[in-house]
Design a protein around this ligand. Structure first.
Ligand code: ATR
Length: 277
């Protein structure tokens, strides 16, 4: 039997993961099957039963999406440092009766920016909007890339500040509210990691943060020109991107973790890209 993998979430109908991993498996000639599983929302511990049953039936690994990332993290026997700071897992591996938790969202985002968009973060000024799960996942890989300064801005400024206090970043990291951004000058990279775009909203970010030669990155994908990307475009930013590359790159990291083979991502990103305009 082919090795079994799955993505679990609720809802799960729109997931691209089976398509992405199917293309990876074909390209790298791995004998594996990858399905989508709608996880139970109720009762809360039913999630653990579904994961255990999948592992017991020979499952080798799972991707985890909303709303189960925290539960997946808590369920694991061993957790990576990245997953620990995020307090969330987006990938699980089942081996020797144990569950291992990882979080590749941040490293996927970083690879998309540094490799695909060709914008190394070393020495750059970076602004991240939001302080939720997506930001917690991105923080360690971002800091490891050596930017000169990373600023977190959030509506609830205290949430951003308490996140910064958890990370040892030698003064490179600071946090605050949106109003403080007015006086902070331009950033080379501005990442919208809030969930505002999912409802068509715009975080109250001043246009003065954008640099025409920099990058504006929207974590949401397939939503075309979101209010955030439109604001960046109107501020003169030429290099704007949505999260399709991050989606594919985090999948490639999980694939490599599970299979020990690194798939190519360019063709898959091209297949999944919805033009911004
Ligand atoms: P995720 O896991 O996707 O990061 P989350 O943990 O619920 O989701 O976090 C959502 C983030 O989006 C938070 O930073 C939230 O700001 P608050 O912490 O101040 O609530 C931010 N967010 C959601 N809607 C927003 C909006 N309309 N404008 C600005 N920020 C918004």
């Amino acid at each position: 039997m082919a090795d079994q993998y799955a993505v679990i979430g609720n809802p799960i109908g729109h997931t691209k993961s089976p398509l992405i991993h199917g293309l990876f498996a074909e390209e790298t000639q791995q004998d594996m099957a990858y399905i989508a599983v709608e996880g139970p929302r109720d009762p809360e511990d039913a999630f653990a039963s579904v994961v255990h049953a999948f592992a017991a039936s020979g499952g080798k690994g799972m991707n985890v999406t909303a709303p189960f990332k925290l539960q997946a993290y808590l369920l694991a026997d061993e957790r990576s440092e990245r997953a620990a700071l995020a307090g969330a897992a987006n990938a699980l591996m089942f081996r020797d009766g144990r569950i291992f938790a990882e979080n590749f969202d941040g490293i996927g985002l970083l690879r998309d920016i540094e490799v695909n968009l060709e914008q190394p973060l070393r020495g750059k000024r970076v602004l991240i909007l939001g302080a939720g799960g997506a930001v917690r996942g991105a923080l360690l890989p971002f800091i490891a890339a050596g930017p000169s300064h990373v600023v977190l801005a959030n509506r609830d400024a205290n949430k951003a500040r308490s996140l910064v206090e958890k990370v040892d970043a030698r003064g490179m990291l600071s946090a605050g509210g949106y109003a403080e951004l007015e006086t902070m000058g331009r950033f080379d990279l501005v990442v919208n990691a809030t969930s505002a775009s999912l409802t068509g909203d715009l975080p109250p970010v001043p246009p003065s943060v954008f640099s025409p030669d920099g990058v504006a990155y929207e974590l949401a994908y397939g939503k075309r020109l979101t209010p955030f990307l439109r604001l960046a475009r109107n501020a003169g930013v030429r290099n704007i991107a949505d999260g399709v590359g991050m989606l594919v790159e985090q999948a490639a990291e999980a694939f490599f973790w599970w299979r020990g083979v690194r798939p190519g991502t360019r063709d898959v990103i091209d297949k999944l890209t919805v033009p911004l305009e």
